[in-house]
Write a protein that binds this ligand. Structure first.
Ligand code: PDD
Length: 269
């Protein structure tokens, strides 16, 4: 329905508590990319918050949304949000309520990422300890990202106890001694679908990859940094600021980043 006719109750628990989860799936020229991976992650998030909803219905509606929005030949994405539903405000889960499903397709620029270079801000990771759930409660991410935006920077990368976890809405990779490093899966990062694709590409290209944390003190040994994500794609980071000091700087997109960008373009377009 037209967005100005779509309404949600003020007692929706998504509105009151941020009690819900979401997913963003890219469509290249109208074709979904790794749809089943996105649906599996959605299913995982739902199971972790103990909400039940039929995944087949979501899959069908996502595809329908793209064609109903007239985006079947365009680069676009589908946003899916599921909240626990509508009930008088109690912290415990109310019984017998229907989840609220919000889903829409929107055009998005997925081209040209390989020509960009990002400067980012290093911020404290103030999020909770279940970042593996794609929760709509994004206060820490929003606050951090606004700080980088205000400073004229593209994204912020988050530090937990001195170790890089991920971006406010992207995953992060480092190249050190021709080896790629990224934070292991677990409660402190979202298991990114683009991250997973990059890990697979490493195997195809013979690039050594280690799922291990990188400490801020190791930056002196780091040659390349890049971010990945549905809306970010694979974005070279050429400058990093921490407490107003530039802690990482390079002029060009590194050779491993470039090889991965080229391979990603080849398989997705
Ligand atoms: N964000 N880490 C975080 C915290 C994210 O929010 C995202 C994606 C990623 C990358 O995941 P993926 O490759 O599956 O998109 C990593 C979405 C795009 C968003 O919040 O809009």
């Amino acid at each position: 329905m037209p967005h100005d006719q779509a309404f949600v109750s003020v007692f929706d628990r998504g509105f009151m508590f941020g009690d819900g989860i979401y997913e963003v799936t890219p469509f290249y020229k109208g074709k979904p990319y790794r749809l089943e991976d996105h649906l599996d992650r959605l299913k995982y998030s739902l199971s972790q918050i103990e909400v039940e909803l039929e995944i087949d219905l979501i899959r069908r509606t996502m595809l329908e949304a793209v064609s109903r929005a007239g985006l079947e030949n365009s680069d676009c994405a589908v946003y899916v949000q599921i909240t626990r539903g509508v009930a008088p405000r109690t912290h415990f889960y109310p019984q017998h309520i229907e989840p609220t499903l919000l889903l829409y397709a929107f055009p998005v620029t997925l081209e040209g990422f390989e020509n960009k270079k990002a400067s980012v801000l290093v911020s404290k990771d103030l999020r909770w300890h279940r970042c593996d759930i794609k929760s709509i409660s994004l206060m820490a991410n929003v606050r951090a990202n606004n700080e980088s935006h205000t400073a004229g920077l593209a994204e912020n990368i988050l530090l937990r106890k001195g170790y890089f976890t991920e971006g406010s809405h992207s995953s992060i990779f480092f190249v050190k001694n021709n080896t790629l490093y990224t934070h292991p899966e677990g409660p402190h990062i979202l298991s990114g679908i683009t991250r997973k694709a990059v890990i697979e590409l490493c195997a195809n290209l013979g690039i050594k990859l280690i799922e291990d944390c990188v400490h801020i003190d190791e930056l002196v040994e780091v040659d390349e940094v890049f971010l990945t994500g549905t809306t970010t794609q694979i974005l070279a980071v050429t400058s990093m600021f921490h407490k107003e000091e530039e802690v990482f700087s390079t002029t060009e997109t590194g050779k491993i980043t470039r090889a991965l960008q080229n391979e990603f373009l080849r398989i997705t377009r």
